[in-house]
Design a protein around this ligand. Sequence first.
Ligand SMILES: C[S@@+](CC[C@H](N)C(=O)[O-])C[C@H]1O[C@@H](n2cnc3c(N)ncnc32)[C@H](O)[C@@H]1O
Length: 237
Amino acid sequence: MYVENLSPRLQAIAKHIPSGAFIADIGSDHAHLPLALWRSEIISRAIAGEYKQGPYASAIQNVQRFEGEQQISVRKGNGLEVLSSTEEVDAVIIAGMGGELIRTILSEGNSSLQDVKRLVLQPNVSADSVRSWLIENGWELQTEEIIQDAPYFYEILVASPGQPDRPYQSINKEAALLLGPYLMKEKNAAFKAKWEREYKNWQRVLGEMEHAAEKTTQLQEKRARLLEKMKIVKEVL
Ligand SMILES: C[S@@+](CC[C@H](N)C(=O)[O-])C[C@H]1O[C@@H](n2cnc3c(N)ncnc32)[C@H](O)[C@@H]1O
């Protein structure tokens, strides 16, 4: 297993891993990413963290199959608790989960991120909650990427300690949190396709809300938030 054997999503993530780095892949599942990065001689060492027994056992098996035990340490544990204060990890990867879960993992393990130089985050949904966590915690987005691997779209966020507000200067911050400050400037084909699809989806949800028998306050609030997001997306597209 090498980087070129990975899915397009994991290959896109791999591009953002610094050469020679010691990485931690949190929620590593089968440890495919660290294994491929090591076998392709991109990283020096890795921690593969996983909290579920099945994926953890499969990660151990995979690492053993390629005789990578010296370089890839598979550890069972919740989020960033698999990091230890005596090891200096260069980059932390958290990929293939919802944005809210990534946010929780970062918040709960924030004290373990002191010496980390790069975060590579790939939320499947709710990237806005990851972007706001980065701002609130002193991380500056360095770059973002969006790819389409049909039928899905994936956003990759790369951040370093720095000036969190810098990417958001002189642009609509609310729009940038939702869409990504770099992505909304670049507006590539995947970006347009993703938000056009999302917009259509929201139109359908809005239609369903109009027909709801009971217009509760909660529903009104949801509708208002939806209209706000639709306005943002329409303006940017
Ligand atoms: C969908 S998989 C993604 C695997 C891989 N990171 C990728 O991008 O292909 C998510 C994995 O994260 C693990 N996971 C979820 N929450 C976790 C947590 N708090 N700590 C460690 N692992 C977690 C799950 O058990 C699962 O194996």
